[in-house]
Design a protein around this ligand. Structure first.
Ligand SMILES: [Zn+2]
Length: 814
């Protein structure tokens, strides 16, 4: 029997561009083309139902919210103003609210491309008409200014383009260009594209060498301009995208922007504007801004062959993947500026990891993958997609997370919408386009980057080809790939061997598996084992392919324990659990309500169990843990079965405890304590109190700045406020301890100017007689003893500082 099997190493990743001086440079682009989502059809149990929920629930939900919150009406108001109305009013909260409508249009366009829906198409056409009508005669599009009434924020700036750092004028347009390109590609209609072209022509007239040279504070227009270039073929849009990237780092940017812990951030860093892009080596500042910049820069690098861009992107990527990415693929630790913190600072309960930041990093990595054809980028993409992106949306498709913490004490809950609603429509557009990230192809290579049951139609070696995947991924690691070319054809099939299957959770030493792998990936071609040679994360199979050839990939999927690099203080003495591409977590409903008191010691067995009935069908992981609790002053450890669920599926059963990083060392567990007097008290607070019941939830903060778990009165300032503890029967009290919330650097809460304790006697409130001072120290308990009182209600009275609000993490009494 003759076989032509060649599994060989080949040199990949060389950007297909030349910049020869004497011959015209060929038109550069990514060395591979993604197989568009319209040619990939997923029929699996994991993605297909999600995409259907996205189409039938999430997209309509986003449109409805955009209507109900005035976002759509803003376009009507702008149209009225252009017709001469002088009583216009911006109907929502932020000048970037236009962009939410654009993102849903982009999502709806993707849905229309695969599921014709005349009603949806008509609705989108209606929105397109409103947007066109809101555009000023010269092409300017920004409802917050055109409406002419009081601007929603001083961010809008007195004149056009005068406050680009915060106006989001160019940011909105980036999302608009993406939407217009998607709408054109989905429907063939040029209605939105024409508005986008008119807008971009104005921007090109206003900005560029010798004209305005200030870059947008919030990047995104770069990605949009590249899409507009691809849709129209007009190189001036590509040039403009490059101009905006090169314009960074030329402004002052030395204005202090914020502080979190010991890290101080300057405005220039916040907006990646502190140095020229090609000199940037670290990911800093606002993580969504950063992610869109890096994605846009990758596009421009691919289309221009600019090597300096690639060098910068590689350095920044190594910084993110080596020191700043959560195990869940979450991006951005610092809530103070919604962005990157210092290296290795990855707090769990207060993790920011904004859904949009995770999406932006996913988009960036998908571009790095196409640029360099190295599967390490697909490893990061997959981690972000299955964990950090999916966690942003409920299983029902209409509840969302803005930040995606890795630990909760019950303070987190998905909601239907946000005042700043960037995340919900962003998830909608990404989910609608997910099939487009599975395959890529060049003339002689076909890449299988992600796994799910379904088909992909593409071209290789000039021949039409269908790829049929049969698999139960991500629950099982066997993937059957049938190759069906129209006629026999030579090419190399590049099958990604995921990093997790090669004993490497991330392409860095930030996370490692604690034990050696059981089993190794294996590949068969037409039933015969093939020696697995992996180059840049791909198994390469070169041959003359004919219809019916089958490659079978077997990826063992044992349960793995992960440890973080010792430099990550928050994760020391802790362990995370993974299986395949999924990160797991322990959540209250599966574990009698408590998970923070569990200790998962190294030796205990962990077993996967299929649960079709749970959370739309998941594989859970079960193991033996110890639960620490305190009774009568004694701490005991009780053996207990712990059940872990995929991280993406948490918070679909109400509020409660959750943790990704379980205690491995008993000292890291939070002992479950008997509820003391404070925990039993009924809490009420003065008007405007946000989450008052957090004061007696018995969870001690990591510091005053810990954004999770505090109550506060923001945005009230300088007022006197109170919190009452009411007891069922009179109690004798002689001590109160307060842990103040103070988010200096990021928010408006500070320790108070003063406070005192009062108790109720009859109808009167009397101050207690303190022994010593009422302290206002940060990052500490402020305890005051007082002459014993007998009462049914104790009051904590707080006088805020002038110009500041106040808040409380925890208040204990005894
Ligand atoms: Zn967002």
């Amino acid at each position: 029997m003759r076989k032509t099997i060649a599994v060989k190493l080949s040199v990949l990743g060389v950007l297909a561009v030349s910049v020869g001086a004497c011959s015209p440079a060929p038109k550069a682009d990514y060395p591979v083309k993604p197989v568009p989502f319209t040619d990939v059809h997923l029929t699996d149990a994991f993605w297909a139902p999600r995409l259907e929920t996205n189409r039938t629930v999430t997209i309509p939900h986003n449109f409805k919210q955009s209507e109900e919150t005035g976002r759509v009406k803003n376009f009507d108001q702008a149209e009225a103003a252009l017709a001469g109305a002088t009583d216009g009013k911006f109907c929502s909260q932020f000048p970037f609210d236009d962009s939410d409508v654009y993102k849903v249009i982009e999502a709806a366009s993707y849905a229309l491309a695969t599921h014709p829906d005349p009603e949806l198409e008509k609705y989108v056409d209606g929105l397109a008409a409103k947007i066109a009508a809101a555009q000023e005669p010269d092409g300017y599009l920004y409802t917050a200014r055109t409406i002419g009434g009081p601007p929603p924020q001083d961010w809008v700036g007195k004149e056009r383009w005068s406050n680009l750092s915060m106006s989001h004028e160019l940011y909105n347009l980036g999302h608009f260009y993406e939407a217009a390109a998607a709408h054109y590609q989905a429907t063939g209609k040029k209605s939105l594209l024409a508005v986008a072209v008119k807008s971009a022509d104005l921007v090109a007239k206003e900005f560029g060498p010798g004209k305005r040279t200030n870059p947008p504070g919030h990047e995104e227009i770069e990605i949009g301009l590249v899409k507009l270039y691809r849709a129209t073929g007009k190189t001036k849009y590509l040039d403009l995208a490059k101009f905006f990237i090169d314009a960074r780092g030329k402004t002052e940017g030395r204005i202090p922007f914020g502080r979190e812990g010991s890290q101080e951030l300057l405005y220039g860093q916040y907006a990646q504007d502190d140095k020229p892009f090609i000199e940037q080596t670290e990911a800093v500042g606002h993580a969504v801004r950063a992610g869109y910049l890096y994605a846009g820069a990758a596009d421009v690098a691919a289309l221009t062959g600019d090597r300096a861009y690639i060098v910068a992107l590689e350095k920044i990527w190594a910084d993110v993947v080596g020191t700043k990415i959560y195990i869940t693929g979450g991006i951005g630790a610092a809530g103070g500026w919604e962005g990157y913190g210092p290296a290795y600072r990855l707090p769990n309960a207060s993790a920011y990891a904004e859904t949009c930041a995770n999406i932006a990093a996913f988009l960036w990595n998908s571009r790095m993958l196409r640029l360099e054809l190295d599967a390490k980028y697909a490893d990061v993409m997959e981690r972000i997609l299955y964990n950090g992106v999916l966690s942003g949306i409920s299983l029902s498709g209409n509840r969302f997370f803005y930040s995606n913490p890795l630990t909760s004490y019950g303070q987190h809950e998905r909601v239907a919408w946000f005042g700043c609603a960037c995340c919900p429509p962003n998830v909608a557009r990404i989910l609608a386009s997910v099939p487009g990230y599975f395959y890529a192809a060049s003339d002689d290579k076909v890449y299988v980057n992600l796994f799910a049951q379904g088909t992909g139609k593409l071209k290789a070696g000039g021949t039409d080809l269908e790829i049929v995947q049969t698999t139960e991924y991500p629950w099982k690691g066997d993937v059957r790939i049938e190759v069906k070319p129209g006629k026999a054809v030579d090419f190399t099939l590049c099958v990604r061997i995921p990093g997790w299957a090669m004993n490497r959770p991330v392409p860095s030493d930030l996370y490692t598996y604690t034990e050696a792998a059981e089993g190794a990936p294996a590949l068969k071609l037409n039933g015969e084992a093939v020696e697995l040679k992996v180059d840049k994360g791909y198994a390469l199979v070169s041959r003359t392919w004919k219809a019916g050839d089958v490659v079978e990939l077997s990826l063992p999927m044992p349960v793995r324990r992960v440890a973080a690099n010792e430099a990550v203080e928050e994760d020391r003495g802790r362990v995370a659990v993974e299986r395949g591409p999924l990160v797991y977590c322990a959540e209250g409903p599966d574990n009698d309500g408590r998970v923070s008191n569990l200790v998962l010691s190294d030796g205990s067995a962990l077993v996967a169990e299929t649960r079709p009935d749970l959370l739309n069908g998941v594989v859970v992981i079960k193991g033996e843990a110890e639960a620490l609790s305190e009774k009568g002053g004694k701490i005991s450890a009780e053996k207990k079965t712990v059940t872990l669920i995929p991280y993406y599926s948490w918070a679909n059963r109400g509020r409660g405890e959750m943790t990704v990083w379980l205690a491995r060392d008993p000292a890291k567990a939070r002992v479950a304590r008997e509820p003391g007097l404070s925990a039993k008290a009924k809490v009420t607070a003065s008007e405007g109190a946000v989450n008052p019941r957090r004061v007696n939830d018995q969870f001690e903060p990591e510091g005053s700045g810990d954004a999770a778990g505090a109550m506060h009165w923001w945005p009230k300032k300088a007022t006197s406020e109170w919190i009452d503890y009411a007891f069922e029967a009179p109690v004798r009290l002689s001590e109160a301890s307060v842990y103040w919330f103070d988010d200096t650097g990021g928010g408006g809460c500070r320790v108070p100017a003063s406070w005192r304790i009062l108790y109720k006697t009859g109808e009167d409130w009397l101050p207690v007689n303190p022994v010593g001072d009422y302290g206002v120290a940060k990052d500490a308990w402020n305890t005051v003893k007082f002459a014993p009182v007998r009462t049914t209600v104790l009051r904590l009275e707080v006088q805020m500082q002038n110009d500041w609000s106040a808040g409380v993490h925890e208040w204990k009494v005894k």
